[in-house]
Design a protein around this ligand. Sequence first.
Ligand code: FAD
Length: 456
Amino acid sequence: MIDETDIAALHARLRGQLIDAKHAEYDAARKLYNGSIDRHPRLIARCADVADVIACVNFARDHEVLLAVRGGGHNGPGLGSCDDGLVIDLSRLRGVRIDANARTVRVEGGCTSGDVDHATHAFGLAVPFGIVSTTGVGGLVLGGGGGYLTRRYGLTIDNLLEADVVLADGRLVVASAHENDDLFWALRGGGGNFGVVTSFVFKAHPVSTVFAGLTFWTLDRAREILQWYRDYLPRAPGELYGFFGFKGVPPIAPFPEELQGKRVCGVVWCYSGALDKVDAVFKPVRELRPAFELLQPMPFPAFQSLFDALLPTGLQWYWRGDFIREISDEAIARHLEHGSNVPTVLSLMHLYPVDGAASRIGRNDTAFSYRDATWSMVIAGIDPDPVNRERITAWSRNYFDAIHPYSAGGAYVNFMMEEGQERVRATYRDNYERLVAVKRKFDPGNLFRVNQNIRP
Ligand SMILES: Cc1cc2nc3c(=O)[nH]c(=O)nc-3n(C[C@H](O)[C@H](O)[C@H](O)COP(=O)(O)OP(=O)(O)OC[C@H]3O[C@@H](n4cnc5c(N)ncnc54)[C@H](O)[C@@H]3O)c2cc1C
């Protein structure tokens, strides 16, 4: 229980803002990316520095207040916030410092991937993140992190060298291969279960201009294209990344009028290898005569943010996911049944590759277990209008129920709703018990429990 005196004492300790329901910015501050989630925290602390984070952690622990940690606020089930508790909002911690000689980047815990791309691109470098630049680095990394560079350079966690972590007891520790290596192991896939990460250090890679874009086919060719894709992509070089999807075509340029509003299948490509090889690499794709092709060289950050405008904050989202090892003809039949009927123009099914460099790490080397998966699938019902919430939710659930029997079992924690403890265990498989041991060591009271929770 907390009273106004306790809150005033916390306020006095912070350099950042402390926002409650009476504050003019309360509604803006509590808003999450997923517009279908409406949480009302008691307090939101927009921390200005690590000392603020420590003060908030100590406050929540000592007063037994529910604690949520918010990075970019993009989490599907809204696990960057909570009702009635304290939210540590990291959105002011946005510093990025590059060491161009060492090719490393220190990234504060509230950065979006766009913040980092912007900073690294000036040095011709990039860190592998996800495909929408407004996504928070914090949640993305701690779950694993897949994106356009995954097949070449691994998941985001495979490029993590070090993290500064505020633990449940208020201590700040460094986690790396040399210090607190058990914590470092758990942070790489175990989510926000172990503390607040105030900064990350990543390895960066020389990626500047990529050859990238999309190819769409009409639905009557979906079976042929998905069969081709499942055979082609796993054999393609690591420089080539392409995710397959069912989707609606937005009613805007540059999409051709005859496709606008229609349902299609397609592949979004990113080739980060030598540009003089592009014609050879894309020859097999072009031989499949896409109904629409938009492929061109572009600065990597431009491609990373290509879909940002289509997916602004506040849309309704409901998503389900699974890891996929192989795609059988029978599974393709289920995909065609459900994927051909995406309920709204923004809704989608995507198969994100997690093979290549990501699969060359052992399944017990980091907490992220599904190193033997080829794809991380997401089925996302998305629409601006809350009226359609039931419809997009039902479509995602039905699609998931039909395709789940063909999956590898668990799901990427960042593509899950709140689906219960069995799903969390299925995701970590034989890493779960080790995660529990690390949780008992660093957070025995489960202070950090607004997440896909590892129960101590
Ligand atoms: C449009 C969109 C595109 C996406 N694309 C991709 C993609 O390409 N690849 C991919 O891997 N994922 C992708 N995701 C999923 C994304 O990784 C998750 O939604 C993730 O949870 C977002 O992190 P966040 O910091 O924005 O979220 P938040 O809602 O702020 O936090 C999510 C969870 O992480 C914890 N957390 C966040 N920051 C910290 C921190 N610094 N320290 C401790 N705990 C923290 C929170 O407590 C919470 O449990 C996408 C999501 C969206 C909405």
